[in-house]
Ligand binder design. Structure first.
Ligand SMILES: [Zn+2]
Length: 345
């Protein structure tokens, strides 16, 4: 049991100031429903953490200086387009810096023991952002910069990034593909945007075995996700022995989400969070930070975020989810590949 954990929350109305085109799924209203959630969320142990702007040095831990300069140059412009779906507005650069800095302040608070874990409700999302390129609604790769921060500033040796957003986090994978100190695990719909995330992509050089892709066919639900966690991801994570767990938490695998074909429910997200928090308890002094990525159905986003927050807070624990293996081919494929690196039965 994880009763009475202290949970840090990063949320700020300024995250609504990154404007996208009318009808775009990654809209300011996403942050609006989360502000509403937090205004009504009354539990002990919730501690607000103010964001700050990330510094140029922090941004260039993960990005080419020209990408940072290019995004900075969009400040004040009504609109700039990286691609059809990835655009900026006048304040997007500042908001993107505030998203990264919000996560970094949360990580500092966890490392200082001021809180045990936390949730950063930020936008824009980050996991598609590459070293030198904004893409897929993402400007800076928030979670990757967070992992660099834990490595550089807090000198941790082993950081686990678990990405359950329905899309593969191509940017995050590429950031640490050669790196045995940052393990990247992703469950994602396959085939689907952005097209990366094959099970065979296991890392390179010293990083071989430290990139764990779980591509899943459409229509998978809670039981399929939990089966993957319990039988493959949990044992690998425990062998890796992380000192900190970062969760790239998109909620676009939800059954109601307009951008995907998965059937995960609020209870499923809670069950995944519970498994990860148990790993964090046993290996990382509870240290776990959840970071918002996608999730485009406003009610599903609000309810799913609440379910995960209840788990972090430890005062309302998820019911066990019975496992299913409707994706037995995907399950066996991932297991067979990972058995080359890890003790997975
Ligand atoms: Zn997504």
């Amino acid at each position: 049991m994880n009763n009475f954990l202290k949970t840090g929350i990063v949320i700020d109305g300024r995250y609504q100031q990154h404007q996208t085109a009318p009808g775009h799924p990654e809209c300011p209203e996403r942050l609006g429903v989360l502000l509403e959630l937090m205004n009504n969320y009354k539990r002990d142990g919730i501690i607000k953490i103010d964001p700050r702007l990330a510094t140029q040095e922090e941004l260039t831990w993960n990005h080419h200086p020209d990408h940072v300069k290019g995004l900075a140059a969009t400040a004040g412009q009504d609109q700039f387009s990286y691609d059809l779906e990835t655009t900026t507005s006048a304040q997007s650069y500042e908001v993107a810096c505030l998203a990264v800095g919000g996560l970094l302040n949360l990580l500092d608070a966890i490392m200082a023991g001021e809180v045990d874990n936390g949730f950063a409700f930020v936008r824009p999302p980050g996991h598609h952002a590459e070293y030198d390129q904004a893409m897929g609604f993402c400007l800076f790769n928030n979670v990757a910069i967070g992992a660099h921060h834990l490595r550089v500033k807090h000198q941790l040796e082993r950081v686990l990034i678990l990405d359950w957003d329905v899309h593969h986090g191509n940017g995050t994978e590429h950031s640490f593909y050669d790196d045995p100190n940052v393990m990247y695990m992703s469950l994602h719909q396959w085939p689907h945007y952005p097209g990366t995330g094959a099970a065979e992509d296991v890392g390179r050089g010293d990083g071989a075995g430290f990139n764990v892709n779980v591509p899943l066919p459409a229509q998978c639900g809670d039981g399929d996700y939990v089966a993957m966690f319990q039988e493959i991801l949990d044992p690998i994570a425990r062998q890796f022995d992380p000192q900190f767990i970062l969760i790239s938490a998109g909620f676009d695998a939800h059954a109601n989400d307009p951008l995907s074909g998965m059937h995960v429910s609020e209870e499923g997200f809670a069950a995944m969070a519970r498994i990860l928090m148990n790993i964090a308890k046993d290996h990382a002094q509870h240290r776990c930070a959840v970071l918002l990525e996608g999730g485009y159905h406003l009610n599903a986003l609000q309810n799913s975020a609440k379910s995960v927050l209840d788990e972090l807070n430890g005062q309302h624990l998820a019911n066990p989810v019975p496992i299913t293996k409707s994706s037995i081919h995907a399950f066996h494929r991932v297991r067979d590949i990972q058995q080359k690196f890890w003790n997975v039965l």
